[in-house]
Design a protein around this ligand. Sequence first.
Ligand SMILES: C[S@@+](CC[C@H](N)C(=O)[O-])C[C@H]1O[C@@H](n2cnc3c(N)ncnc32)[C@H](O)[C@@H]1O
Length: 454
Amino acid sequence: MNKTRLGSRPKSHSPDSKPGLAARKAATRLLSTVVDKKTSLDGLLDPAGGNPAFRALEPVDRSLVRAILLSALRHRCHIEAALSQMLDRPLPAGARALSHLLHVAAAQILYLDVPDRAAVDLAVEQAQSDPRNRRFAALVNAVLRRLAREKEKLLPRIVSSTRNAPAWFIERLSAAYGDRVEAILAAHATEPPLDLTTKQDPEIWADRLGGIVLPTGSVRLPALKGPLTELPGFAEGQWWVQDAAASIPARLFGRIDGQRVADLCAAPGGKTAQLALAGAKVTAVDLSHNRLGRLRENLERLGLEAQCVQTNVLDWQPEEPFDAVLLDAPCSSTGTVRRHPDIPWTKSLEDIEKLAALQERLLRHALTLVRSGGVVVFSNCSLDPLEGEAVVQRVLTSHPQAVRLPVKAQQWSGLEGMVTAAGDIRTTPDMLPDDNPQLSGMDGFFACVIARPE
Ligand SMILES: C[S@@+](CC[C@H](N)C(=O)[O-])C[C@H]1O[C@@H](n2cnc3c(N)ncnc32)[C@H](O)[C@@H]1O
């Protein structure tokens, strides 16, 4: 079983609490907030504006809480199935606090490098300290001890017989990808590698950092255990983190040196950096002040330049049309579930439909910002065709001045399979397989090139 290793904790702890108990309590509360209140995990774990109980923890406990939550959400249906096999009868209806406590403990027992005994003892103590769960403390003890004893045999059986995602999400994937759903779900259960876009010499950086070079030109490393900022080349601004799939849309313009390019919905700026590095004169537009601040910091570290505009793209009326426009639209982010396993639990089909409507408005507006003969690249990191293919289809059939420029598969050696019959880009998390699962996969992305004829 592949378990996530965790750092050791310092001896000091608050006098009224057993070491590690506050972390388990915070993890349980946050799991409940994600699952029951549909709140994004990233926001809760934000070091500045995140959940106060989480921010109050020591760094080592914050890492533990993050690891517990990522595992608890990434493997949620498998954990649920494993727990239900340990119970003689289902938990009482409405026993949400108990269910979350068991999930947090099971995530440690099944997926993390935490001693089983510590996970069980702390869960029992946690149950005893919560009036809602006190009467279940013996049950918690029995269920988790049995889980720890039987996990080696139980887990492979559960993994092969249980689909690991909520029903609505599996339905959407099945409708779009048919037989490939199992491979996509398997990719979602794997911690993703770290992809970097380098300013130059990807082979040299792959050598220095112990990675491989992908067909996109990205450098891929196994998931990091330490801080990213300590890797060679970070401080010198020689590379930035960008999933291989996310690096594709900006490359679809071909040569753009000297051209005026608007990067709409630009922050935190991965694609702005690519465009600026390719020699374009970039105007980066984003609604969010904070995210635009991160974009500026990123560009500064990389020694790259762009003009930044904080506004709603839908209201933006620049004086001159651009030679090219990139619209990397806000989306459900269902292509990034490997990194954000909360998404299937916090998003819904309704969200997808609303976002698709917004994307269509943004794309229609983007087409007004490009000169005749110019090009718009529309992209997003959703796996759902409602947010990609269907948006483009509606715009192309109703817009007299928009024509799809099909991408040529032969220009994408090693990734030909991502070019659709219509000539768009559609990547899925099961693509870019490698013998080493730690070096496999890519985000789900959609991209389409649209020209405005002369
Ligand atoms: C998927 S992220 C963009 C990622 C970015 N292109 C990159 O490569 O780093 C979407 C961005 O759209 C911005 N956004 C959402 N709605 C917007 C709007 N109406 N106008 C401008 N920006 C918007 C969000 O603030 C967010 O930064």
